[in-house]
Ligand binder design. Structure first.
Ligand SMILES: Nc1ncnc2c1ncn2[C@@H]1O[C@H](COP(=O)(O)OP(=O)(O)OP(=O)(O)O)[C@@H](O)[C@H]1O
Length: 280
């Protein structure tokens, strides 16, 4: 199993109350899965636990079973872990190494630390730049990148490691909706091609709902519900952001006046409204 969480409870050092759990999680077969939650719901803590930050960088106590690729968390050597799991967080500038002079060198940094042959490193740089539509940034100094450009490059760095588990903690916060959609489509291709699980951690319903058929909703570190987008929608809407149209659907569905599935994208929304109009 890629991820196994059974009765996981995490308590930060010096705290009495757990920050997370008890939490059980089984990922569906799909390549994409989304974990929704409002501010302070525990998304980042969970992402960091899954990325293997416990016990070294995330200090405290952990009970229950938390396995990644069938291995207890914290057991795999850093080199193995880095080659398998990549976490991208909200602030891209904080994730750049600060010790390279070009985007190309920045992307090479991880694969070089895995001691890969130069040809393989160059191939990975090219693929990562293509996947993130960033070839034009190749020779730029990382410190000159805009927020959105830096987010693309941080993603390129992660992809160059060829992870099997990619954790995206609001990783597109600086990008336009169009750029986000472009990257998510590329990520879907990557996930299928490299047999990678992608977990999105999001405060907003869209665009994650378009790419994930299953979701978990967190509230104050605890699971509220896990299931299909239609199943989690009513509870999720009490916690996360969504466009006005979906707020209206939520209102209608609480009055049993929304007849069908919850639309997972703007296109599905238009089709649903057309159907509704035709049936009036
Ligand atoms: N190292 C830490 N020690 C103690 N408390 C922490 C630590 N890190 C996070 N917290 C607390 O844990 C809770 C969950 O934080 P977390 O960062 O996981 O929330 P989040 O869901 O990612 O929120 P947001 O959407 O605002 O980024 C918050 O109340 C936060 O203050």
């Amino acid at each position: 199993m890629v991820v196994t969480l059974k009765d996981v409870i995490f308590t930060s050092r010096g705290e009495e109350e757990p920050l997370l759990g008890p939490l059980n999680l089984t990922l569906p077969d799909d390549p994409f899965f989304v974990i929704y939650g409002g501010n302070g719901s525990g998304k980042s803590i969970l992402a960091q636990l899954l990325a293997g930050w416990f016990p070294e960088h995330l200090t405290g106590t952990l009970s229950g079973t938390l396995q990644i690729f069938d291995e207890d968390i914290g057991q795999a050597p850093l080199s193995t872990q880095a080659a398998q799991i990549q976490l991208i967080q909200q602030s891209p500038q904080l994730q750049l190494s600060g010790c390279t002079f070009s985007v190309e060198e920045e992307i090479a940094f991880g694969p070089e630390n895995l001691a890969l042959p130069p040809d393989e490193i160059l191939k990975r740089i090219d693929e990562a730049l293509d996947s993130t539509h960033s070839q034009h940034l190749r020779t730029r100094h990382p410190s000159t990148l805009s927020g959105g450009e830096a987010q693309r490059i941080v993603l390129a760095c992660a992809l160059a490691m060829r992870p099997k588990l990619l954790l995206l903690d609001e990783a597109f916060s600086r990008l336009t909706p169009k750029a986000t959609a472009q990257l998510l489509s590329e990520l879907r291709n990557y996930a299928v091609r490299h047999n990678c699980k992608v977990i999105l951690f999001e405060r907003a319903f869209l665009p994650a709902a378009k790419y994930c058929s299953q979701a978990l909703v967190l509230k104050q570190g605890q699971p509220m519900i896990q299931g299909s987008i239609s199943q989690i929608f009513p509870l999720a809407m009490t916690q996360i952001n969504a466009p006005d149209a979906w707020q209206v659907i939520h209102l209608l569905s609480t009055h049993h006046a929304w007849p069908g599935e919850i639309p997972r994208s703007e296109n599905e929304l238009i089709c649903a409204f057309k159907d509704l109009h035709a049936n009036l």
